[in-house]
Design a protein. Structure first.
Length: 319
């Protein structure tokens, strides 16, 4: 049985936060499903020992930074590195965009204390230490496009683009950054479904759904095309906007991200996203665009009904 020998992965799904108002269990569940697909010898076929994961209370700032350092230490130039981050993304107190780990400190204005988040600049420095020729960084957060250094100039006049952008010399050869949406867009899911719109499409792609067999592999660019098509279509169906983006930093070329599955999941095992099943949205028919927009809320703790939060948008839709 062929394995994706060159594949190494770090998958982070925070799910639970020290401040429970920000809990987002869907992000933990999604990360676990990504790990399952990567380790499955009939799907992505990574060596299990090469797939590292951090969920819930394990996904602290220190643990994530250490995980990136371990990936750098264990990989070589021939490796393909997949970094998958799923959770909240917010601005820090000094205007940098950051991924929020389990122990992130959220202020009343929804910003993160800089010392408690993982900023784009910190991510850049750690990725730069990875010797692999191909590094794929997947960011599934709200406003994920900001990880590339875009900024809100009027809101954040002191935002330092050079400090926070992922620059073109990040790695020795090639880096691909795949985001769940643009800098102004949320990452959506539907109530009572296990994954985000973006995450479902990514997992389906690893399973071989909607992507061609490229010489025995799932190619990253074929995967992106499928993700873009499915996510934008699913978002439009519920009158929202979410457009996944891909940014190539340096020379990458053909980029196999996993072995092509030996089998493809049947509809009974995992329905395709075109039916808008796993994601950030509920699947009932919509009475009208206005009704949907009136009922859109932002993700909050599933056990609380207090004030809505900006990151990771959830539309509660009923008719």
């Amino acid at each position: 049985m062929r394995l994706f020998e060159q594949g190494h992965a770090l998958v982070v799904g925070v799910g639970e936060y020290e401040n429970s108002e920000w809990d987002a269990p869907v992000t933990r569940d999604e990360a676990q499903a990504v790990v399952t697909a990567l380790r499955d010898p009939y799907t992505a076929a990574y060596r299990p020992e090469n797939v590292h994961s951090l969920y819930g209370s394990q996904a602290t700032r220190a643990a994530i930074l250490n995980g990136l350092k371990q990936i750098a230490a264990k990989s070589d130039r021939q490796a393909t590195i997949l970094l998958y981050f799923c959770g909240h993304g917010e601005f820090t107190t000094d205007g940098s965009y950051a991924f929020a780990p389990h122990d992130a400190i959220f202020r009343d204005d929804d910003r993160i204390e800089r010392s408690s988040g993982i900023t784009s600049h910190e991510l850049q420095l750690l990725v730069r230490e990875i010797p692999a020729r191909k590094v794929v960084c997947v960011i599934n957060t709200c406003f994920a496009g900001h990880v590339l250094g875009s900024r809100l100039r009027k809101r954040l006049p002191r935002f330092d683009l050079e400090e926070t952008a992922i620059e073109s010399d990040t790695t020795g050869e090639g880096l691909v950054v795949l985001t769940a949406g643009r800098a102004t867009q949320a990452s959506y899911y539907r109530a009572r479904h296990p994954y985000t719109l973006f995450g479902q499409a990514f997992i389906d792609g690893l399973r071989g759904e909607g992507v061609p067999n490229y010489e025995g592999y799932v190619d990253l660019f074929d995967l992106y095309r499928m993700i873009h098509r499915r996510v934008t279509s699913a978002a439009e169906a519920i009158y929202c906007e979410q457009e996944p983006t891909i940014t190539i930093v340096g020379g990458v070329g053909h980029c196999p991200i996993a072995c092509y599955p030996h089998r493809v999941e049947s509809a009974a095992e995992g329905s395709p996203l075109v039916e808008i099943n796993h994601s950030y949205r509920r699947s009932r028919p919509l009475a009208s665009r206005q009704r949907l927009m009136n009922q859109c809320t932002l993700l909050r703790s599933e056990s609380q009904s207090s004030r809505a939060r900006r990151p990771l948008a959830l539309a509660n839709v009923s008719v």
